[in-house]
Design a protein around this ligand. Structure first.
Ligand code: G3P
Length: 225
């Protein structure tokens, strides 16, 4: 399962890239708005930092298929032709997906709450389909189960599309999808930083260091003995 950062704050992205094994960056209009910067300014900075080959996902805004295609062409012109264009999985979106897929555009179908949306997006040529785990949970359904159903639908229909699960609130949700082997998950920085934030882990490491320092002296490590 690929692990992707769902954010547009360059400092957070740089910090996560330094410490964690991540595979790219996803954004959405709300995330861009939270950055407080002009969309292409922040997106170009992210592209430059992660590199030309890395996965970057950017969403269209237009409501019509024609407008979505124009947005898609501009996104690829500004950020590279391999950029994944996120398209909402609605009627106009399926039309845009089919046309863009024919032009070889990488498509991430987004705003997915139901397996039927994902199925139609996959048949329309999306490379990824992004179900919103936590938002589905908040509607009284089971987001993990929906993501698993989508993964199974793709496999049982020989569709190459991968699940790119989004909208996580905790590490348990992420782990369950990792265990199931979905293609990718995109996770906000606060959830990523919390993945191994655990008192037992911190105490174990602190105890090892304290015991070693009793033996060789405070502040000393293996290189000093
Ligand atoms: O791009 C969709 C996903 O990132 C939404 O996450 O946390 O706003 O539900 P969230």
């Amino acid at each position: 399962m690929k692990l992707i950062i769902d954010d547009a704050h360059i400092d957070q992205i740089k910090k996560i890239y330094e410490f964690y094994p991540v595979d790219g960056v996803t954004t959405n209009p709300t995330i861009l708005a939270k950055s407080g910067r002009q969309p292409y300014d922040v997106l170009k900075e992210i592209r430059e930092f992660i590199g030309a080959e890395a996965e970057l996902h950017v969403q269209v805004i237009a409501r019509t298929a024609e407008g979505m295609m124009e947005d898609a062409h501009r996104i690829r012109k500004e950020l590279g032709e391999n950029t994944y264009v996120k398209i909402p999985s609605v009627q106009e979106g399926f039309k845009a997906m089919k046309l863009l897929h024919n032009d070889g555009v990488n498509i991430t179908a987004t705003a997915i709450y139901t397996p039927m949306q994902a199925f139609l997006a996959a048949k329309s040529g999306a490379a990824y389909a992004a179900p919103y785990i936590n938002r589905i949970d908040n509607m009284g359904y089971n987001g993990i189960q929906v993501a698993r159903h989508i993964h199974d639908i793709f496999r049982n229909n020989a569709l190459k599309t991968e699940v790119l699960a989004a909208s996580f609130k905790n590490s348990q949700q992420l782990l369950e999808l990792c265990e199931y082997g979905v293609g990718a998950a995109t996770v906000s920085p606060d959830v990523i930083f919390g993945l191994v934030k655990n008192q037992a882990i911190t105490s174990a490491v602190d105890d090892f260091i304290a015991d070693f320092e009793k033996l060789v002296g405070a502040g000393k490590t293996m290189k000093d003995c």
